[in-house]
Design a protein around this ligand. Sequence first.
Ligand SMILES: Nc1ncnc2c1ncn2[C@@H]1O[C@H](COP(=O)(O)OP(=O)(O)OP(=O)(O)O)[C@@H](O)[C@H]1O
Ligand SMILES: [Mg+2]
Length: 225
Amino acid sequence: MILNAYQISKSYHNGEKELHVLRNVDLELQQGEIITIMGQSGAGKTTLLNILGTLDRSDSGSVSICGLDISQLTEKKLSELRNKQLGFVFQFHHLLPEFTAMENVLMPALIAGDELNARERADELFDYVDMTERRNHYPSQLSGGERQRVAVLRALILKPGVVLADEPTGNLDESNADRLLNLFHKINDDFNQAFVITTHNPNVSDIGNRRFVLENETLNRIDSI
Ligand SMILES: Nc1ncnc2c1ncn2[C@@H]1O[C@H](COP(=O)(O)OP(=O)(O)OP(=O)(O)O)[C@@H](O)[C@H]1O
Ligand SMILES: [Mg+2]
């Protein structure tokens, strides 16, 4: 098991008001599995993904990644685990504008002090998405679809246990969204890479080995059609 979330609950407090977002949510992700999570705007998808990705804490419940209970880890160990085992793809690519595509992809490796091995892998990854010619371009010189592919490569550079993708196609037109979906599929097939993907888009939901919808604070399985 790559990731195990158990009985996750979360509310936000805005002044007097309490907003319950997640109630006793369980999620188990196996090696090589794709889980997709649909849900309306405000349902709590980003909140859940941030908790799974150790970027935010739940009020109760536990999260284990690669068998490690994250509540037992020091901040240092936690950031090491986050950098090594988790890849993030956001709705807006979040590439650093002052660095080239290649430098952006290498960033997690630089942080981990593992640049030497990463360079070769980065070359392979750019080739893998047919972007070798564009690897020295800055984000502003790339199309939206290309930027999102670069963001995916950055998530993959350290071969994480799981890639968490929050509405990765939310900002793309249909053909770029399809292309990104095919890429997720191919990465999953070729590298046995596990994904948790949130989305509004039924086409994205369909690539899940298990598909869920987040509504009324709970995560419910969508039956196979
Ligand atoms: N830091 C915060 N403080 C207070 N309320 C918050 C905070 N973050 C999110 N919320 C609220 O919690 C609810 C869930 O937000 P979340 O961003 O997880 O939804 P979402 O499913 O990702 O929505 P979208 O599809 O629009 O991205 C929303 O009602 C939101 O306004
Ligand atoms: Mg969101």
